[in-house]
Design a binder for this molecule. Structure first.
Ligand SMILES: *Cc1c(COP(=O)(O)O)cnc(C)c1O
Length: 385
């Protein structure tokens, strides 16, 4: 029996899923050449694959990068970039408010692999300059931090890093290239959890790193192969499909988040709202300068403590109590006991997260429907206390 792919005359409009592990060549020298780098012909889908490459080219274009590396999770992209850049004795400076999984990687690098890690707030280039050491190798930032919406001053910080020969890596998951392109502000590498806004439908786990230059791309590609972290064709296809509606979804999510932030700020059972679009937010001036929209995620502090926050979450009917974010369905969670459970009370306070903080990652539902859901859930708080 022979099985051969059909040759087709017209060009496919949607990118096909190349669900094949290997590619055969007539010329052994061509196979050998295909295995040597990230940009060559396709040989093995554990190295690269046409569907995966289509995703990489799409995100590289959106971010304004030279090349991209798609991985099987956001954490895989972060690990591939960090491990490709760092060696024992190197010093890392990281923004204080960081995604929990990234905190875990940096802690592990510090405790077991001889990398030193310090933190900066991320809004003051002088603080960064003072924290630099001769061994500082990498600056790690997030465009919009979770869940409080802190926004670091990217151009001011990357200028200091660049002058010191330090590589800047920016996690752009919360902003997406629609709201900010960190490479335009001097970053060297951008990482994403494609699980979130890029995929956008809560149906795929994936990640990607985008590079300003080919050299860092090649190093991270080699590292990702060693980790077994290259994205698979079907996941890449789902992300490509999601990316077709990225701008429709993100614009809508930003608009709805802004409306909910305003409504929540005026609600008697709400103590505080955290969203960089609000003029009262500490990052509002930086966000207004750097972002083309304030993001689809917000957080608020309900009057009371953890019990009240959990009571609100239990009563929500439309909003789903779930992790992740950036999909078509609105999800809510209690950061202190989920995403940020590893932090003690002092660290939580320093990060601006209370026992009464609730995060909302807005989907694409009608804003009125979401507000009605929040209002009925918040009624318990007014009645009880
Ligand atoms: C979810 C997330 C990650 C990790 O991505 P996975 O796809 O879950 O591995 C990294 N950074 C940020 C900001 C995230 O929200």
């Amino acid at each position: 029996m022979t099985q051969q792919p059909e040759a087709v005359a017209g060009r496919p409009v949607a990118v096909p899923i190349y669900q094949t592990a290997i590619f055969a060549f007539d010329d052994p020298a061509a196979l050998a050449a295909a295995m040597t780098g990230p940009d060559g012909a396709f040989a093995y889908s554990g190295y690269s694959n046409p569907t995966v490459r289509a995703f990489e080219e799409a995100i590289a274009e959106l971010e304004g990068g030279a090349a991209a590396l798609a991985t099987n999770a956001g954490m895989a992209a972060i690990n591939a970039v960090l491990l490709a850049t760092l060696r024992q004795g190197d010093h890392v400076l990281a923004q204080r408010a960081l995604y929990g999984g990234t905190v875990g990687v940096l802690t592990d690098l510090a405790e077991r692999w001889g990398v030193e890690v310090d933190h900066v707030r991320g809004d003051d280039p002088e603080e960064l300059r003072a924290a630099l050491r001769p061994t500082t190798r990498l600056l790690y930032l997030e465009t919009i931090a979770n869940p409080t919406g802190f926004v670091p001053d990217l151009p001011a910080l990357t200028a200091v890093a660049k002058a010191a020969g330090v590589t800047t890596v920016v996690d752009n998951t919360f902003a997406t290239p629609l709201l900010c392109r960190p490479l335009d502000h001097g970053a060297d590498v951008v990482v994403h959890s494609a699980t979130k806004y890029l995929g956008g439908h809560h149906d795929v786990v994936g990640g990607v790193a985008v590079f300003a230059d080919a050299e860092r791309h090649r190093a991270a590609w080699s590292q990702a192969i060693r980790l077994g972290a290259i994205a698979d064709p079907f996941a890449s296809w789902l992300v490509l499909r999601g990316m077709k509606t990225l701008s429709l979804r993100v614009r809508r999510q930003c608009a709805t988040a802004a409306v909910l932030a305003d409504w929540l700020a005026a609600h008697p059972a709400v103590e505080a709202v955290h969203h960089p679009g609000l003029p009262s937010h500490e990052s509002h001036p930086v966000a207004a300068r750097l972002l083309d929209g304030y993001g689809g995620t917000l957080a608020f502090d309900v009057t009371g403590g953890m019990e009240e926050a959990h009571a609100v979450l239990r009563r929500l009917r439309v909003m789903l109590n779930a992790g992740s974010l950036g999909g078509t369905e609105t999800v809510v969670m209690h950061p202190a006991t989920t995403s940020h459970r590893h932090m003690d009370d002092a660290a939580l306070r320093a990060a601006g997260i209370g026992p009464n903080t609730i995060r909302i990652a807005v989907g694409i539902e009608e804003p009125d429907e979401l507000w009605a859901d929040l209002e009925q859930a918040l009624k318990t708080i007014r009645a009880d206390g």
